[in-house]
Write a new protein. Structure first.
Length: 197
């Protein structure tokens, strides 16, 4: 399968001032675009994987030939994670349901407790990576992954991810990753997040 760059569901300037147009443009076209180009290149000529979805591939990295495994893990994860990310954000955000709020409160004590756990995961990820709200079986968990590793590869179901690579926020926030994390809450589309349950 040749992977292609998914269209954004909003204009590149629609998330301002939370995420600036230039960052969105470079992030989507150049960074995500490069993950896709490199993923396609890594899988070139591997006919056995032509019918596999990106999910199939990330769930079965061990089945890939040794010489392309690293490239597919990084670039396939890059494609998958960014696709989830773009779908999870929307101008102005969309509120979470009462039922989901109750679920978060049951796990993290309060909505504030959830946000603090997520913020900590995002802040403590040294270097590049992601913070996630995932389902582990029936349980909600907050985790972080390095580089472009996808929770799916560890048997987890992604509900919400935040890209904390510097390319995601540096133009607008420079070294202020905490401010970027805080601002992120105002653009989360909880309808999409909950639809993944
Ligand atoms: Mn990114």
């Amino acid at each position: 399968m040749k992977y292609t760059l998914p269209e954004l569901k909003f204009a590149t300037n629609a998330l301002e001032p939370i995420i600036d147009a230039k960052t969105m443009e470079i992030h989507h076209q150049k960074h995500h675009g490069a993950y896709i180009a490199n993923l396609n290149k890594a899988l070139e000529g591997l006919e056995a994987f032509e019918t596999w979805s990106i999910e199939d591939i990330l769930e079965n990295l061990d089945k890939l030939p040794e010489d392309v495994k690293g490239a597919v893990r990084n670039n396939g994860g890059g494609h998958y994670n960014h696709t989830l990310f773009w779908e999870s954000i929307t101008p102005g955000g969309k509120p979470m349901s009462e039922a989901f709020k109750v679920k978060l409160e049951a796990t993290f004590g309060s909505l504030h407790g959830f946000r603090e756990a997520f913020k900590e995961a995002a802040l403590k990820r040294f270097g590049s990576g992601w913070a996630w709200l995932v389902l582990d079986g029936e349980s909600l968990k907050v985790i972080s992954t390095p580089n472009q590793d996808a929770p799916l590869s560890d048997g987890l179901k992604e509900l919400l991810g935040l890209d904390v690579w510097e390319h995601a926020y540096y133009l607008n926030y420079q070294n202020r990753r905490a401010d970027y994390i805080e601002a992120f809450w105002s653009i989360v589309d909880w309808e999409v997040v909950e639809s993944r349950l």
